[in-house]
Design a protein around this ligand. Structure first.
Ligand code: 2AM
Ligand code: CA
Length: 265
């Protein structure tokens, strides 16, 4: 039997230690490189943080599989067994430019089912986490279940990119939604935006292209609180594929899908 409580104790400890190391790096010189395009950044700290986790997981749980954004883990093409999905720094552009609003994101799945999810806002020392079936927490405080949301009261997270002509979505679809909600926000870290939906600070978050490590942890935390996380057309997310992501309070998810996004079905 897998001892999930023991895994949780380890992860909490590792995440806070990795967070301390990241904070110490603020006083050192960062080595910043581009990946797929000049705005897709990676630093030596992203790589070192991923290696820090992988070393500890391999030493403690040698039978587990690891999918990491920076590629130091395994070549994962199945969710069989226990799979850790890791983004060492989600929001690297924020990390480089602002030294805030970035997070460590770790989702742990067993045979494709979410078990433990962690999003750590390093600068604020806020750990959002959930154990499937046992509740979700912000540090030691339980988070209350999410209540039904309404479009006219909603504050939604959305990058301005998706409300101008772009290659991923007909931006005209999103304009009425932006007009009808109470407000929009953009934090530049998918994990933090999902943590904010979990904590009730945001009502929804829409984005067009995330990788599994950007949403693996958030999915476990948001769903534990009764929130919904799907592709933008309402289909289930695939943990092995890039996709659009629509995260929302219950009720609001169905309302937005029906009224604004039905053309995507
Ligand atoms: P990252 O910092 O881990 O790459 C920025 O809007 C958010 O989208 C961040 O959470 C960022 O994660 C994520 N993202 C995923 N793919 C991206 C890409 N190709 N370029 C920029 N951000 C990306
Ligand atoms: Ca990252």
């Amino acid at each position: 039997m897998t001892n999930w409580t023991e895994i949780h104790e380890h992860v909490q400890h590792w995440i806070r230690e990795a967070g301390q190391r990241i904070k110490q790096s603020f006083s050192t010189t960062l080595h910043v490189q581009s990946k797929s395009n000049r705005n897709d950044l990676v630093t030596n700290i992203d790589r070192e943080t991923e290696q820090y986790f992988i070393q500890r997981i391999r030493d403690t749980y040698p039978t587990h599989t690891i999918l990491g954004e920076e590629g130091f883990g395994d070549d994962v093409n199945s969710l069989d067994g226990i799979v850790w999905i890791i983004d060492p720094i989600d929001g690297t552009m924020n990390f480089v430019h602002q030294q805030r609003n970035f997070a460590i994101s770790i989702g742990i799945y067993e045979d494709g089912k979410g078990k433990l999810g962690y999003i750590y806002d390093v600068v604020h020392e806020e750990l959002y986490w959930a154990q499937s079936g046992k509740g979700a927490f912000l540090n030691d405080q339980p988070l209350p279940p999410l209540e039904e949301g309404h479009v006219e009261d909603a504050v939604i997270a959305l990058n301005a990119t998706w409300v101008k002509p772009n290659k991923r979505i007909d931006h005209q679809l999103l304009i009425p939604l932006v007009q009808d909600v109470r407000g929009t926000r953009s934090y530049g870290s998918a994990a933090i935006e999902m943590a904010y939906v979990a904590a009730g600070r945001l009502d929804a978050y829409i984005t067009m292209r995330l990788s599994p490590w950007d949403f693996a942890a958030g999915k476990i935390i948001v769903e534990e609180l009764g929130g919904k996380m799907t592709k933008l057309n309402g289909e289930p997310l695939n943990l092995l594929e890039k996709s659009s992501v629509f995260v929302s309070k219950p009720g609001l998810h169905e309302k937005i899908l029906t009224k604004y996004l039905h053309a995507l079905k």
